[in-house]
Design a protein around this ligand. Structure first.
Ligand SMILES: C[S@@+](CC[C@H](N)C(=O)[O-])C[C@H]1O[C@@H](n2cnc3c(N)ncnc32)[C@H](O)[C@@H]1O
Length: 236
């Protein structure tokens, strides 16, 4: 679905990317703040068959910590993000490292075009929450359409595994554990912005969306805080 097809009602994912993600100054600090170690996710995908013949798509790739690490073991990687600033940061790293099997595409969950059923793996971490649930369901259908049958989605995000009635106490405990400064993590104020202005959802809603989009969920893990979730899902 694109605006060209007359969809005036299409969600503007560039306008909902999170202002900070579009800001080159913020992006310069992102790797230190996020402190991402992609080792375990790369190892998991290798266990699931990622190899030098595989095509992997990273949706909401950001500065590419995962895409770069996965590229060492993949045939090709497509790093997709709506933010030019994020992609510029990743392109600079690719140039520095001389990596030749990573393609950067400025697009989003709802606009990235991939040849049907040709991806072996799709990865997405901490990005799907930028879409409201109506659009998450469409994004997951689009992901299923790009994966070959038997292809794998590894989806990580802020996903709430507490009951709605426990929201106040669970969220308060999470916010209370936030670091005092934003150098190496997300402060209470930043997490409050996330809760107020972005679209993290409940695990039971996300799981239903995954299943309805044609995935079999093969593994689920929730953080002890009940705020983060990870799903491995195979396209049926
Ligand atoms: C919190 S960062 C996560 C980046 C990276 N995946 C990581 O784990 O470090 C969220 C990323 O999602 C991107 N993003 C926001 N909305 C998006 C959308 N609709 N489609 C694709 N990417 C999106 C942002 O530009 C940003 O780079």
């Amino acid at each position: 679905m694109t605006k060209d097809q007359g969809s005036n009602w299409l969600f503007d994912e560039f306008a909902h990317a999170g202002d900070e993600h579009l800001d080159p100054t913020y992006v310069r600090t992102y790797d230190r703040k996020a402190g991402t170690d992609p080792t375990a996710d790369v190892a998991l995908l290798r266990d699931l068959g990622l190899d030098t013949r595989a095509t992997l798509v990273d949706l909401g790739a950001g500065t590419g910590a995962f895409a770069l690490a996965a590229a060492r073991f993949s045939g090709s990687v497509v790093a997709v993000d709506v933010s030019s600033a994020m992609l510029a940061n990743l392109r600079a790293k690719l140039e520095r490292l001389g990596s030749t099997n990573v393609t950067c595409v400025r697009a989003g969950f709802l606009t990235y075009q991939h040849a049907p059923e040709t991806a072996d793996f799709v990865y997405s971490r901490n990005a799907l929450h930028h879409l409201p649930d109506f659009w998450k369901a469409l994004a997951l259908e689009r992901i299923a359409a790009m994966l070959r049958s038997g292809g794998t989605l590894l989806l990580r995000d802020l996903v709430f595994s507490f009951a709605p009635g426990d929201a106040a106490s669970t969220i308060e405990a999470w916010l209370a554990a936030a670091p005092p400064t934003s150098d190496h993590g997300w402060t209470r104020a930043e997490l409050e912005t996330h809760l107020r202005d972005e679209y993290s959802t409940y695990s039971w809603l996300l799981e239903s969306m995954l299943e309805r989009s044609g995935f079999e969920i093969t593994s689920v893990s929730h953080s002890p805080s009940k705020v983060f979730g990870a799903y491995t899902a195979v396209k049926r």
